[in-house]
Design a protein around this ligand. Structure first.
Ligand code: ATP
Ligand code: MG
Length: 553
């Protein structure tokens, strides 16, 4: 993007002002996932935004597990989340912070609030607390326990910590304002009693802090300056500010909200994905039709293309939906020069060149990527028997069909002109072989100018072809009719996965390793599947087709 003048987004404008006014002298951002599931493309937006700001302002990016809620956490997600963040290129120096490391600091902070008369132990049940809270139109009522003395509160809170009361029997609440127009400020609960084993602290605690109390403290303890979150937390901002100010942090962080990334017709909700996994409709959380980071990586998306997509889609204060076609555009742009272009036949039929000597193999030199000379060249075997795409031959062609049909001549890409002289069919009428003759004068690169042909098709030499599997994907939900059926279930696209079990690859593919990406000439970009590829069989995922209707604004 060198030399381009890019207007600053609203968060950058805020940061500029904070730095100018001396509110902060550096920028510290963070990405705080809960380890309760796999990250998806929406999280990538948050990761790249926070990381990007830290880089841009020469600041620090903290990666922190928000693991204050032991019921939902699973250690299995910790590793996958770290892998995803690293893969996206957000460098956190291998130092992952854990919110649970601050449980002591949070406890101390709560004690401090009690001592200031800003928090109290409340014996109302969860249901009573809800009743007392009031509604959007009616103010709440004070809890009968609101005026407990500081001494009593200190004693009770310590007893809560020491396990003297049953789960759910008491809570600690911030003492703010039961008549506040913002319901979040009506004496929110900040600690609850729950005997749960925590993956990090074990059974040390039987009281756990609530998110709205814990999160600002995590940020403040780490010296975060800009705590960037999504819009649904806008109404929680006054509470965030209340917490950091009452606890008296010297340079309290500030919260800034932005709109979540939504993709049209793409499923990101954990609930739906869980169902797809449980019903066996997809092959786990990393099924290439999903948009978890693991799934995108498996399908063959590059971190660069995701970064580019996030740049193009921008940062906004208003919710909107982005088009999946925009990511596909970024992918094609990124892979265009990086991926070698080899020949692969997806739906093979034999092409036999009757006048080519049996047993002879010659090699033609082919560029690995016509748009990128640095990719070099390779030798491609050519012989009497080749595979071509079934759709490149027709017995009775419609108008404007320039590929093979009886009597027609085409160019075999990088090789010779061939003319169709015959074909064979099986008892079901399915074409099994196409016969041609070739003209030795017409070799590519020989300067032949005798005549022209209108069609060029790709091919693979049968004598050295590699047999492989390819998986073609479409959106998992029906794009035209929308994501959901009337009963709330997903409106699944029956063609979301098409498996081609015996595609034919040119010999250059024998070097292919899991994760490698290629352009199959005329057929799209493909990635070697990391999960199902074996010593004996390559399995390819189609990342994206070659054609696009999308153009960036
Ligand atoms: P949950 O539904 O479990 O709350 P979550 O998507 O909020 O899931 P978190 O682990 O809490 O998951 O999210 C980590 C960070 O990612 C948060 O800062 C959250 O705001 C951000 N984030 C989540 N979804 C999106 C999205 N679609 N676009 C941008 N940021 C997102
Ligand atoms: Mg969350």
């Amino acid at each position: 993007m060198e030399g381009e003048v890019i207007s600053k987004n609203f968060i950058e404008q805020e940061i500029d002002r904070d730095l100018e006014q001396g509110r902060y002298d550096k920028v510290v951002t963070r990405f705080p996932p809960e380890p309760n599931g796999y990250l998806h493309i929406g999280h990538a937006k948050s990761i790249l935004l926070n990381y990007g700001l830290a880089v841009k302002y020469g600041g620090t990016f903290n990666f922190r597990f928000d693991d204050t809620n032991p019921t939902k956490e699973k250690t299995e997600f910790v590793q996958s989340i770290m892998d995803d963040v690293k893969w996206l290129g957000a460098d956190f120096g291998d130092k992952a912070y854990f919110a649970s490391d601050y449980f002591d600091a949070m406890y101390e902070a709560a004690v401090k609030l009690i001592k200031k008369g800003k928090a109290y132990v409340c014996d109302l049940s969860a249901e009573e607390i809800r009743e007392y809270r009031g509604t959007l139109t009616e103010p709440g009522k004070n809890s009968p326990y609101r005026d407990r003395s500081i001494e009593e509160n200190l004693q009770l809170f310590e007893a809560m910590k020491n396990g003297e009361f049953p789960d759910g029997s008491k809570v600690l609440r911030a003492k703010i304002d039961m008549a506040s127009p913002n319901i979040n400020m009506r004496d929110p609960v900040i600690y609850r009693i729950a005997r749960m084993t925590h993956h990090n602290t074990g059974d040390k605690w039987c009281i756990y802090p609530m998110y709205d109390f814990a999160h600002p403290i995590e940020d403040a303890v780490e010296g975060v300056t800009h705590s960037i979150c999504t819009l649904e937390f806008e109404d929680h901002r006054p509470l965030y500010e209340w917490v950091v100010n009452e606890i008296g942090f010297e340079h309290p962080p500030r919260q800034i909200e932005f709109a979540k990334l939504y993709l049209k017709n793409v499923i990101t909700g954990k609930r739906y994905i869980k169902k797809l996994v449980e019903d066996g409709i997809v092959d786990g959380w990393d099924d290439p039709r999903l948009v978890s980071i693991a799934a995108l990586r498996r399908r063959g998306f590059t971190a660069d293309s995701i970064r580019r997509f996030m740049e193009l889609s921008g940062v906004s204060k208003a919710n909107s939906e982005s088009d999946y076609a925009m990511i596909e555009y970024c992918l094609r742009e990124d892979l265009k020069l990086k991926a070698n272009r080899y020949m692969a036949v997806l739906d093979p039929i034999k092409l036999i060149i009757d006048n080519y000597p049996e047993g002879q193999v010659e090699y033609v030199e082919v560029e690995n990527n016509q748009e990128n000379p640095e990719a070099g060249t390779r030798q491609v075997a050519f012989s009497r028997e080749l595979y071509i795409e079934r759709e490149d031959f027709m017995e009775e062609p419609p108008k404007k069909y320039f590929r093979l049909f009886p009597g027609n001549e085409v160019r075999l890409k990088n090789a010779y002109f061939v003319k169709c002289v015959d074909y064979k069919k099986d008892e079901n009428g399915k074409v099994t072989e196409v016969h041609c003759t070739y003209d030795p004068e017409t070799k590519s690169g020989s300067g032949f100018e005798g005549r022209k042909v209108k069609g060029t098709i790709h091919w693979v030499s049968a004598e050295s072809a590699i047999d492989a599997e390819a998986r073609l994907y479409e959106n998992i939900v029906d794009e035209d009719k929308g994501k959901l059926n009337e009963d709330g279930t997903l409106n699944l696209n029956p063609n979301s996965l098409v498996v081609l079990e015996h595609i034919k690859l040119e010999a250059a593919f024998k070097e292919a390793k899991p994760g490698d990406k290629f352009q199959f000439l005329r057929n799209g970009f493909f990635c070697v599947d990391v999960k199902d590829t074996t010593e004996d069989k390559l399995v390819f995922n189609r990342i994206v087709s070659l054609k696009s209707s999308y153009k960036p604004a």
